[in-house]
Ligand binder design. Structure first.
Ligand SMILES: C[S@@+](CC[C@H](N)C(=O)[O-])C[C@H]1O[C@@H](n2cnc3c(N)ncnc32)[C@H](O)[C@@H]1O
Length: 307
């Protein structure tokens, strides 16, 4: 049998660079190398965005005014978080029942009103921040239930854990991690809630794949998040400030429906909250965001597996 020398990829690329002429195989290799470098650049920019988001919310947790992420509302953090939370549908009683510093005015809706939580349920909050929705959910599911909050920003997790310890919550747990790689086992929770977080992910399909994995059969998602009313112009999608402020990472309702459907969810409902226009216009004044994005209630069910 003839021995055929297969050069390693790097050597081959160098060979092509020196000799210019390319065979069909070499052209394929060039294409592969270009593809690999495209993926590498894409990953790099995803990591850059994540770093920006983490830094913005690290500052928000520390109460620093470095960006809008601690001066305005929602992903901006409110000067009066309780007033803003009431606009989102939280009641005064709810807000008085949780540790004060857990509400930083970072949400864009109220997942508690969507989730219909029941006693004994296991709940996961994606991007829990200071823990507002985790603490409220903990009350609803009671001592036989449990609520996990996942967040990738260490300052947020520290704040939430401090709050939980000071107020002696027994049925909550805050986990440092990314929603694209959930630190929970398969089929472990009944409900996934989230408030203004999935829009910040650069890989929403992965987030919903993970959500599907950790949900039990017949489990549900009940999420408040930003969606786009129409495709966003380039100057918006490339604006880092708008990204961290929960605006330019939003995808259209159809794109989101498509992702949920492909992941395997059923009974998908995405309900625009038109009145959110009122507060969105204050997030980054002058950005025209209120004409491009809207807050939405997002619901879907993980079906029973067919036997
Ligand atoms: C707009 S804030 C909302 C916080 C909280 N849900 C609330 O309503 O107060 C977004 C939160 O999501 C977290 N976050 C953003 N992207 C994330 C990701 N890919 N994985 C985990 N956490 C993320 C941020 O650290 C931040 O705490």
């Amino acid at each position: 049998m003839d021995y055929y020398y297969q050069p390693p990829k790097v050597e081959l690329v160098q060979y092509i660079a020196i000799n210019q002429k390319s065979t069909k195989y070499e052209k394929g290799m060039k294409k592969e190398t270009r593809y690999a470098s495209k993926i590498k650049n894409q990953k790099k920019s995803e990591e850059d965005i994540k770093r920006e988001v983490r830094s913005a919310y690290g500052n928000a947790a520390k109460g620093k005014n470095k960006s809008k992420c601690s001066s305005n509302n929602c992903c901006g953090g409110s000067v009066n978080p309780d007033e803003y939370a009431k606009e989102l549908g939280y009641t005064r009683e709810e807000l008085e029942s949780v540790p004060q510093s857990c509400n930083m005015g970072l949400g864009c809706g109220n997942p508690q009103n969507i989730a219909s939580l029941k006693e004994g349920e296991f709940v996961l909050d994606l991007g829990a921040g200071g823990g507002l929705d985790v603490f409220l959910a903990a009350k609803r599911v009671g001592p036989n239930g449990r609520v996990y909050g996942v967040d990738m920003t260490p300052e947020m997790i520290s704040k939430a854990r401090d709050n939980a310890a000071k107020s002696n919550y027994k049925n909550v747990e805050f986990l440092l991690g990314e929603i694209e790689h959930l630190p929970l086992p398969n089929n472990s929770v009944n409900v996934i809630i989230s408030n203004c977080v999935v829009n910040l992910s650069t890989n929403k399909k992965r987030v919903f794949n993970e959500a599907f994995r950790v949900l039990k059969e017949s489990g549900r998602i009940a999420i408040s998040d930003m969606v786009a009313l129409k495709p966003l112009p380039k100057q918006m999608t490339e604006n880092k400030e708008l990204y961290s402020n929960c605006i330019s990472g939003a995808i259209t309702i159809n794109e989101l429906k498509n992702i949920l459907y492909k992941v395997g969810f059923e009974d998908i409902v995405i309900d625009q909250q038109k009145e959110s226009r009122q507060f969105i216009k204050d997030w980054v004044p002058g950005s025209d965001s209120e004409n491009y994005v809207v807050s939405a209630k997002i619901k879907a069910i993980k079906p029973k597996l067919k036997k």
